[in-house]
Design a protein around this ligand. Sequence first.
Ligand code: NI
Length: 178
Amino acid sequence: MENSTTKYTIATIGNPILREVAAEVVDFSSQDLQQFIDDLINTVIDENGVGIAAPQVSVSKQIMIIASRPNARYPTAPEMEPTALINPKIIEYSQELEKGWEGCLSVPGIRGLVPRYTWVDVRYQDRQGECLEARFEGFVARIFQHEYDHLIGNTYLDRLESNRDIISEEEYQIRLSK
Ligand code: NI
């Protein structure tokens, strides 16, 4: 038996939906929400992403997936189960910032060197609506902050210190992906 899954089209910069503040999710009982989360997970895996936020598929709701694992676009990413975080909030964060390279499915063709908190304590709801707290560190903290930005109308480009911190995807793969 085959699962029915949808792979979404990714909204790219210039699409006004990426500048909206996403709406809170209130109804966790709907089958539509569960199907949407599954489809979002399939989409991020299919696109070789390590995270995705609902506004990137033109759904302005506070839903993100963290799906870190080594893939063609992120060969050294740590492996974890794809996890849905709904209505997430940052409740505490490190004093220290660390710069690291990021790409974004909504910003095709380039990468940027982005300063982020080294750890964040977050509160969110899981796909059943249960309230959870977690501390994310390192690369996963970076993914969280990147996806959280999508929920408040930002992209990583808004976090760059300088345009000189932008490189092409080709140069990234040649010079920096190992
Ligand atoms: Ni992104």
